[in-house]
Design a binder for this molecule. Structure first.
Ligand code: NI
Ligand code: MN
Length: 225
């Protein structure tokens, strides 16, 4: 499994020979100006919730690639009404896709579209790939529900928001990693706006002091699991 950070909460995941894009917010992010959404491959687009900083480039990428949009039922329905392919899910449900098993899990946040349309309730995803398992938290507060995930899935990586203000901060993400029984963390949802700027070295040190590995990728860089 290969995971590429496209800035903010945007990810590319290669798993099972398929290309997945998660929460694409790239074309309006000045920090991601070197990423061209016109060349990103996508068989699927996963959306955690409907906020503008998670859906901005969904339509452009889906139009070009014909990717299947996977999200909660309300977000999937919003896009299928616009003529896009979609797969609706809801909290606690899993589906066996051709890339692996995907579960939509709880998040504590909100989820309206920028135009005010109802975006259902926000979530995160657990991907069980051929060899590796990943949790993508989405925008969320620290929640006890995270303890449910390792009861079903042994995680190899947890992708957690760490920017504070709209989501958990670094110290709560450390607690989350305990709940998730996963000491390898990719941080996201930080630095994009003034509200969520973080001190990278301090964040990495705080995780290190608890015996955990926080990775902060340069935009466009990847990790291989
Ligand atoms: Ni949000
Ligand atoms: Mn967000």
């Amino acid at each position: 499994m290969k995971i590429t950070f496209y800035g903010h909460a945007s990810l590319g995941i290669e798993v099972g020979g398929k290309h997945i894009i998660v929460d694409p917010y790239i074309s309006a992010n000045p920090k991601a100006s070197h990423i061209n959404i016109g060349t990103l491959k996508a068989d699927y687009i996963l959306i955690t919730h409907a906020h503008g900083d998670h859906i901005l480039d969904v339509e452009a990428i889906a139009k070009r690639t014909n990717a299947v949009i996977v999200s909660n039922a309300e977000i999937a329905g919003y896009y299928s009404q616009k003529g896009f392919q979609s797969h609706p899910m809801n909290h606690g449900g899993s589906w066996n896709f051709d890339f692996g098993k995907l579960k939509y899990v709880n998040a504590i946040h909100s989820s309206s579209f920028p135009d005010g349309s109802y975006g259902g309730n926000p979530g995160g995803f657990v991907i069980e790939g051929e060899h590796k398992n990943v949790y993508i938290a989405g925008d969320t507060a620290l929640t006890m529900d995270m303890q449910l995930i390792p009861m079903r899935t042994k995680l190899d990586l947890a992708i957690l928001p760490i920017g504070d203000n709209f989501t958990m901060d670094v110290e709560e993400a450390i607690v989350a990693s305990d709940f998730l029984d996963c000491d390898k963390i990719l941080g996201y949802h930080y630095d994009t706006f003034g509200y969520i700027e973080i001190d990278h070295e301090d964040a990495i040190r705080k995780f290190f002091n608890k015996g955990k590995d926080l990775m902060l990728l340069e935009i466009g860089n990847s990790i291989e699991l």
